[in-house]
Design a protein around this ligand. Structure first.
Ligand code: IYR
Length: 222
């Protein structure tokens, strides 16, 4: 027996299969133009745009509808500078000591190194956290189900929403990221997941000459 409450699903938009195909292809083409950007213009982006894109992210499906994500959007230059300093310290350690040669070889086509000026130049940094558990209430912590997967889906939707709004992004994962809890004053049960860099590309911005796999290499039909 379930005591769940149900309401009618609002009708989906009316369209025939030709329209469906056209829309599906348009969306794929739109997303196909997304590129990860590491060189940003200092041009500001209104907070309302970021809010609307976060609103889109917050519609993601999640384990047991627990919505275990939490976003901190940072535009304050002093805070961005502190994030850059902390991230670059971790990245230096990664590139100079921790990264195995195999990993450095895999990164070579991307041309990345421990310098992360975009953490100050880009107008917004969105730190994403997932809740490992709920907050402790009366000494008990509620379990969260599929928090990584749920937060990953929300991040995908956020990246798509930002791209659709004409903005560039970078999924940055300085490792470890515990400094984000301290700098952004988030409690310990929130685990840093991703630092998303958001803004407009710099004039003359260049991106790595890399390709995406064709459909038949990553999807099968049976
Ligand atoms: N966090 C480092 C290294 C890095 C790792 C992966 I996997 C990438 O796809 C890109 C970079 C950095 O940001 O430089």
């Amino acid at each position: 027996m379930t005591n769940a409450a149900f309401v009618p699903l609002p009708p989906p938009p009316a369209m025939d299969d030709d329209q469906r195909l056209a829309r599906a292809r348009e969306f794929a083409a739109m997303l196909g133009k997304r590129r990860t950007v590491r060189d940003y213009a200092p041009t500001p982006v209104p907070r309302e745009v970021i809010e609307a894109c976060l609103q889109a992210a917050g519609t993601a499906p999640s384990g047991a509808n627990q919505q275990p994500w939490s976003f901190v959007a940072v535009s304050d230059p002093a805070l961005k500078q502190r994030i850059r300093v902390a991230a670059e310290a971790e990245e230096r350690d990664f590139y100079e000591r921790r990264a195995p040669d195999e990993w450095l070889e895999a990164l070579a086509p991307l041309g990345t190194d421990d310098h992360k000026p975009f953490l100050e130049t880009a107008p917004w940094l969105i730190a994403v956290f997932y809740e490992r558990t709920g907050p402790e209430i009366d000494g008990r912590k509620a379990k969260r189900y599929y928090p990584h997967e749920s937060t990953g889906i929300a991040c995908g939707m956020l990246i798509a929403a930002l791209h659709n709004a004409g903005l560039a992004t970078l999924t940055h994962t300085p490792s470890p990221m515990a400094f984000l809890n301290e700098l952004l004053e988030r409690p310990r049960h929130e685990v840093p997941y991703l630092l998303l860099v958001v803004g407009h590309p710099a004039d003359g911005c260049q991106v790595p000459d890399i390709r995406r796999k064709p459909l038949d290499q990553f999807a099968r039909f049976r």
